[in-house]
Design a protein around this ligand. Structure first.
Ligand code: ADP
Ligand code: MG
Ligand code: ZN
Length: 476
């Protein structure tokens, strides 16, 4: 029997506003436990929240960038539940009138071509604190620094049908959020987290199957494995005549399997009611217009422009525009060296290799954005060899050296003084009489050895062609 997979995502993203959603505490990640807290975000009785205006702006920006309608009259609601990381015993969220509705993000479909993943809504809410399990002391500690950090929850319709589509959706979403500057989307720090809702059904069936939800999986690779594992588990259940139970499951990535956490709760369990301490939010047409006009060029549009104006291949532009950090480096490099093609080639070749080898994400690159452009200029002006250029870029990548200074200080310029080059080669010839004799007695290959020795003596700073030419002049 053939099955198809149906997946909808609830994505939480932490906003990079300076302060929290209802108080003036910093949103900075980390810090000594319980130092980024005040009476409001630690839930003291008698305190009143005040909505951070930037959070509303960021939400509108996100809605517009994902083709949503902005709900011009929207409200906060209380979601009640008890858990030690939530000091108020309720989370301020939006249930009835979320700030953005009915949008979409376009992704690459597994079957080829494009498809739209519809966004049901985007709502604003506050993050909870963090529980830290201390095995050594055998206790659980609570850190409220994260309490009240603003979150957007982006809820998709169940429009994805494979792990690849889910990853593509998340990558597109992440790129958009980074471009519009609302979140750094660092998955390892929890600023982008996805809950995966998944069901299977027989191919061609009209009704959806029963779904399970896997919470807060925090890397793309783990999400892919979780989807594959859960799909298999559900199909196995159906094939053996059993039923899928609607529940929340935890994906254990190290074991490669999921296990039941709790039965699925619905809105009733949370006893939602309108938040009495916060007045409804009204957003004017002008405000929306103003935010829309200030939106930057978005990834898809940028990609098309790179392809059309710069004649770059689709694959390369896809990779570069997927990350605002690569975009910034690319645009600055192209500006300095005056050649987008060169900039793209160095990014797709040398940079990708180094990112990969060192397991570094583009957002964690530490070097000056001008450096790659400067290296390409030196190369194009024949001041350094291609080999040297690669070596300097490695130094830039690992130690953020200033390329021009580094080349000077280490004498890496190409030698332009033919007399000096000849002098060094003559010495090599004098030092290797055996090879010279072999070459002269007809062993053509022996010259390769002499070329190698000469290049080494010249530290690779003269073009190999030039070296070969001079060697022939001396020997022939
Ligand atoms: P709830 O209110 O119970 O959380 P929602 O309707 O808000 O349910 O859906 C939550 C998420 O689950 C959404 O992202 C939605 O796309 C997804 N979803 C809903 N039904 C299914 C299904 N049958 N299979 C897979 N995902 C689903
Ligand atoms: Mg939900
Ligand atoms: Zn606070």
């Amino acid at each position: 029997m053939d099955y198809e997979v149906v997946i909808g995502l609830e994505v939480h993203t932490e906003l990079s506003t300076k302060t929290k959603i209802f108080c003036g505490c910093t949103t900075e990640f980390g810090g000594e436990p319980n130092t980024h807290v005040c009476e409001i975000c630690s839930g003291m009785p008698g305190t009143l929240p005040v909505v951070n205006k930037s959070v509303i702006e960021y939400a509108i920006r996100t809605g517009l960038a994902t083709n949503c309608k902005i709900t011009q009259y929207n409200k906060f609601d209380r979601k009640n539940y008890f858990y030690p990381d939530l000091p108020k015993a309720y989370q301020v969220s939006q249930l009835y009138l979320p700030i953005c509705q009915n949008g979409f993000v376009e992704i690459n479909a597994s079957e080829g071509g494009k498809k739209k993943v519809r966004i049901h809504e985007i709502h604003m809410e506050e993050d909870a604190g963090k529980l830290v399990h201390d095995d050594f002391e055998d206790c659980t500690l609570v850190d409220y620094n994260r309490c009240g950090v603003p979150l957007l929850e982006i809820v998709s319709e169940p429009d994805m049908s494979s792990a690849d589509e889910v990853i593509d959706y998340l990558e597109k979403l992440k790129a958009i959020l980074q471009y519009i500057g609302v979140s750094d989307c660092k998955m390892q720090e929890g600023s982008l987290r996805a809950d995966v809702n998944l069901s299977v059904r027989k191919k061609g069936a009209n009704e959806y199957g029963t779904r399970t939800e896997m919470k807060n999986i925090n890397s793309f690779k783990a999400i892919k494995r979780a989807i594959e594992g859960e799909t298999e588990r559900q199909i196995d259940l159906l094939e053996s005549g059993e039923k899928v139970v609607q529940e929340t499951r935890r994906w254990d990535d190290s074991k490669g399997e999921s296990y039941a956490m709790r039965s699925k709760e619905d809105a009733q369990d949370y006893k939602y009611f309108p938040e009495p301490d916060i007045p409804p939010i009204e957003i004017s047409d002008e405000k929306i217009e103003q935010i829309k006009n200030a939106l930057p060029e978005l990834p898809e549009k940028k990609k098309q422009r790179y392809m059309e104006e710069m004649n770059l291949p689709e694959y390369d532009t896809g990779i570069i525009t997927n990350s605002i950090h690569l975009v910034r480096l690319f645009e600055r490099t192209a500006e300095i060296c005056g050649n987008p093609k060169d900039a793209a080639n160095w990014i797709m070749g040398e940079l990708m290799k180094m990112l990969n080898d060192t397991q570094t994400l583009p957002e964690d690159m530490k070097f000056n954005q001008d450096s790659l452009g400067k290296i390409i200029v030196m190369l194009n002006e024949n001041k350094i060899s291609r080999n040297t250029a690669k070596k300097v870029f490695e130094k830039v990548f690992s130690e953020d050296v200033e390329p021009e200074k580094y080349v000077k200080e280490n004498n890496l310029e190409v030698m332009t003084d033919t007399g000096a080059i000849k002098g060094i080669i003559e010495k090599v010839v004098a030092d290797n009489p055996k090879s010279v004799e072999e070459y002269k007695s007809g062993k053509e290959k022996a010259i390769q050895f002499l070329i190698g020795q000469s290049m080494r003596a010249l530290k690779g700073q003269a073009p190999a062609q030039e070296v070969t030419k001079i060697l022939h002049e001396i020997l022939d």
